[in-house]
Design a binder for this molecule. Sequence first.
Ligand SMILES: Nc1ncnc2c1ncn2[C@@H]1O[C@H](COP(=O)(O)OP(=O)(O)OP(=O)(O)O)[C@@H](O)[C@H]1O
Length: 583
Amino acid sequence: HVLTLVLQELSLLCKRDVNGIGMLYDLLRSRWLQALLKIYECLQHYLGKRPVPVMPQAHVLNREVVELLREAPQSGEIKELRRLLCAPHLKALLSAHDTVAQKDFEPTLPPLPDNIPENEEAMRIVCLVKNNQPLGATIKRHEITGDITVARVIHGGLADRSGLLYAGDKLVEVNGVPVEGLEPEQVINILALSQGTIIFKLIPVSDRPVSNQTTVYVRAMADYWPLQDPAIPCADAGLAFKKGEILQVVDQNDALWWQARKVSDLSACAGLIPSNHLLKRKQREFWWSQPFQPHLCLKSSMLFVLCILEEEEFGEFGQRVFIAGFRRSMRLCRRKSQANQQSGYARCPSSCYSALAAPYEEVVRYQRHPADRNRLIILVGPAGVGVNELRRRLITSNPREFQSAIPHTTRVQKSYEMNGREYHYVSKETFENMVYSHRMLEYGEYKGYLYGTSIDAVRTVLDEGKICVIDLEPQGIQVARTHELKPYIIFIKPSSISCMRQTRKNARILTDYYVNMKFKEEDLQEMEDSAKKMEAQFGQFFDQVIVNDNLQEASAQLLSAVRRAQDEPQWVPAIWICSDTQP
Ligand SMILES: Nc1ncnc2c1ncn2[C@@H]1O[C@H](COP(=O)(O)OP(=O)(O)OP(=O)(O)O)[C@@H](O)[C@H]1O
């Protein structure tokens, strides 16, 4: 009844296009939810009736019926009925019924002997069958008492599934060997060597931790190799992960070591990962598996030089399609600035460090509602890899659906240009105001004029119901990753140099100085090096990686990635969904 009222209310809001309402409306209208509520109501009704058992001893009655049937003429039906009544599952069912009817839930224990000493501790004997799998528990020496105790039980592991071992249980014997006086390593050795059954004699922990853990999902912002981590309590129990992978964190009880599994393999038993706190500490200690070098970014978003040539294309519908703002190769400019690191290459802007400062990013599954704005598509890749070629092909394949954002510039409008078609022509003052008010995704200077892609320009395309496709230097990713734009970031990766030698034979790179230059060996090498650096520094932000080997295939992959981004559930930062006020 309440649900019907809520749905009525929501249907009014739906028309007002409130963010997320559509999804909530669909959820509440789903058949399975309605069915669950019906079941709930039936159960409530049933609870109210306080059912009483039909009889306290159904299995006795069953036995008597079977006896009676034995004496009856043995027709086929009688034989079948007798077989049914004697079936083990029916007997088990009747026995369960009788147990419930008699409220006889407790196991019958022998009476305690009278002469138990007062300080006697309850002992538990636990028998586990190992079956070549790890025990799924770690042990340690208690810092104060010196006892060997269970340090943690790994989620989904053998010990956890048994429900018989808990963190804090004190081990007394393992397979008949008393552990008192042994080092934890010696106990581990006994466990490792034992095959088949392991018998623990232990004193259960007095206050078992109550598990009130909620599962959270995080995106790893760095790589982690437990086998190279001297600090991990048990390297074999560690979970190795790569940046960008999504982890399901199932236990955060320990301040230093969490338990998690990868969403790509949820059936696996959990592994230990450093907690947020620990990873941050390790970062500070330069502990990273790849020691943290002072990063030389490919270029700073503030200093880079843009080279923008205007182009026009014809779309499949025959109309003239202006694709403004296509970035052209800046290879020579960059190489020049590489030689002079002061100007063109700068140390990472703060965004680079802040990405590393947060070792995990909480994520949630997000599916764009058809009524919502499209997600911004960002293409990232090293110069010359084919970012613009792929973007151009995508847009010209259907300009009614895909569009790039019109850039802003301070240069003078040419006679054949139209304000708002090739560029938005603005004064330097206006441009700088946009920069200071953080309305630029990226910008730069070329021949004394400023060029840039503004958030407003992206918004304009999205407001028209189109899919906005832009290319961005990776330093701009952090600026673009907002609740509003919900960008889907696609990294265009070069194929191997030997492949590119073949595929790029007829390809040309355009620079400001040389038009239609052939790719040289050093260009290919530079592309590969640059791609590696980009992946190392920004790989955690890439939702999709497309290797641009065969152009047709890469274009098809791009199209399907763009469709997936809009129509299928994806992991996005939780902050985009949980808060309307946060960026
Ligand atoms: N898979 C491919 N096979 C063959 N040629 C390709 C492929 N991808 C791109 N090219 C060609 O390589 C050249 C450079 O591509 P493009 O201009 O798109 O590079 P880019 O990544 O945008 O680099 P920049 O930003 O420096 O312009 C173009 O001539 C393009 O047609």
